[in-house]
Design a protein around this ligand. Structure first.
Ligand code: ZN
Ligand code: ZN
Length: 169
C-alpha cells in the first residue's frame, strides 16, 4: 500500500490492515514472521512532511543464539514517524537534527510504501541477542549436544579453541 502526497493533500489516510506471514519481505533477516501482522495507523501531512503514527503487532520466530532452538518473539510497537521529501536533504545537509527529530526519515517520489515502513519497524523490534531463555546452556562446542537436555561428558572447551566462536555468550 502506497501512501502518496497526492492522496494526503485531499485527506488523512487511515490504515487498518493485516499482513499474512510471507506477505512482507524482511530482506534476508534471520527471523520469520510466524503470525499475521496487524497494523492500525494514520497518515497525514505536516507541512511538506508525511506524519505516520500507529501501532503494529505480530509474532516472529527466530533461532536461539546458543542452542539454535526456535524462539517466539512477540512484537508490539507504537511508531510516530515523520518522512521528509528527499529534495530537502541537500539543503539541510549542514544542519544537525535535534535529538527529538531522530525518527525522521526521507522519501523520494510521490510518497512512502507502507510495507517498507512496517518491515523496518519490525526489524528494529528484534532484540540484538535472541535466547530461548536466560539460562539456556547452548550446544556443546565439541560434540554439538544440546546441553539443556543432557551433559555430554566433553571437557569444557579451552579458551581460543577453534570451536569457541561457535557459541556466542
Ligand atoms: Zn537456547
Ligand atoms: Zn560434548
Amino acid at each position: 500500500m502506497r501512501i502518496t502526497l497526492e492522496d494526503l493533500q485531499l485527506h488523512p489516510i487511515v490504515v487498518s490492515k493485516t499482513y499474512s506471514p510471507g506477505a512482507l519481505d524482511y530482506h534476508g533477516a534471520d527471523f520469520r514472521q510466524s503470525a499475521p501482522l496487524k497494523v492500525e495507523a494514520r497518515a497525514e501531512l505536516s507541512g511538506s512532511e508525511i506524519h505516520l503514527r500507529g501501532h503494529l503487532a505480530t509474532t516472529l520466530e527466530a533461532s536461539c543464539d546458543r542452542c539454535l532452538g526456535a524462539v517466539a518473539i512477540p512484537v508490539e510497537r507504537n511508531f510516530d514517524l515523520f518522512y521528509r521529501p528527499v529534495s530537502t536533504l541537500a539543503q539541510a545537509e549542514e544542519v544537525e537534527l535535534p535529538a527529538d527529530e531522530l525518527e525522521v526519515g526521507f522519501f523520494s517520489g510521490d510518497g512512502i510504501e507502507l510495507a517498507d515502513v512496517l518491515t523496518e519497524q519490525v526489524i528494529l523490534s528484534v532484540p540484538m541477542k535472541v535466547v530461548c531463555r536466560a539460562d539456556c546452556r547452548g550446544l556443546c562446542p565439541a560434540c554439538g549436544a544440546d546441553l539443556n537436555l543432557a551433559q555430554c561428558g566433553c571437557r569444557p572447551a579451552a579458551e581460543g579453541s577453534p570451536f569457541s566462536s561457535l557459541t556466542k555468550g
